[in-house]
Write a protein that binds this ligand. Sequence first.
Ligand SMILES: Nc1nc2c(c(=O)[nH]1)N[C@H]1C(S)=C(S)[C@@H](COP(=O)(O)O)O[C@H]1N2
Ligand SMILES: [Mo]
Length: 402
Amino acid sequence: MKFTKSTEETSRPRRNFIKSAGMAGTIIGLDHLLPNNPVFPPGREAIPGKEKLIVRSVRPEDLETPVGLLNTWITPNDLFYVRHHTYPALIDEQGAKDWKITVDGEVERPLALTLDELKKMPQATVTVTLECAGNGRAFFDPPVAGIQWEKGAVGTARWTGVRLVDLLKKAGLKPAGKYVVLEGADKPVGKMPDFIRNVPLAKALDPDTILAYQMNGAPLPQLHGFPLRAVIPGWEGAYAVKWLNQIHVADREHDGFFVKTAYRFPNKRIAPGAAVDPKDMIPLTGLIVKTLINTPLEGAKLAPGNIRVGGFAWAGESSITRVDLSIDNGSTWVSARLGKERVRYAWQSFEHQFEITKPGSYLIMSRATDDQGRVQPVAPNWNPSGYLWNVIERVRIDVGAA
Ligand SMILES: Nc1nc2c(c(=O)[nH]1)N[C@H]1C(S)=C(S)[C@@H](COP(=O)(O)O)O[C@H]1N2
Ligand SMILES: [Mo]
């Protein structure tokens, strides 16, 4: 097999790459192979509070939610997928007392605020579906190196905190400010670069863009960025910087690895497996139209009769206008009923009852359309880092003789 180099996974030597399709694919923490690796966190083997998740990497913790557990509109904190490139900053209650967020760069009045000071500012809550850009990477052909996420690096939570725009107003934006650079307190693994991201000013100023200190009504769990993280609604997960403690307003795009190289996508169509000139790579922003079938599950054995098909559809900043389903390999499609949620940036439930009387092997497919008229594609948009998998969703079931 030939692998292309992933720009998301800097820390993983190629020989440690395991293609997981068809296997219980787990990439074990590989940091012991890296120079100057601090043993961290000491003695921690299981990942407390996240026992139900699939371990894609032990250190750093990369944990995927099994599809069967993604069956509530709000994903509970203990089931929410976990992804970071770094050693998490395990800040505790005590640490949070000393913690400060700084705002500097192209501002009139640089700030340093404590958590209590932030909590005194006007509060905002947004319900946002967060998805890792690499969700579905395991399905690309030719395979792409990196964490082999299948379907569950996605979840929806209610995030509560302060509006980024309020903080920027407090600091007084200077006209030269074009990008808001976000950096957390986590530490890179080995020689890998720091995880630093930036948000273009227009998105940073959007009143829905927040810095969250709560997730589903609870303080942010440590693995999700306690005490503070960014929530950039509708944009791929890597913008949602965890353990956020530094905000820098810059007059240009940040030049670090995680902006200039990683999280980029070809600006033109390419052949699967082809190399792409870096000048033809542009930053990822919004998530794209996609569905997840959470019932029935892959491989389910069901009796003939009424079979309920259900799941979620999302499209980043856009909303879902329809979801079509097929059980005959795409020859015919029926329109699913959309749930009542209809909340911008959050996934939308859908369902349909099929009457399947004839025993056999059925491929159930779901295909969403968004308000821009974009439809999930039949063929994948292969790209060198394996981002934004959104091919028509499929689940095979076995309808047995009654
Ligand atoms: N500080 C920091 N924030 C980070 C990351 C990281 O490595 N370091 N990973 C990002 C990526 S790639 C994703 S997909 C989301 C995942 O958020 P979650 O772990 O809360 O699900 O966090 C983002 N925030
Ligand atoms: Mo991600």
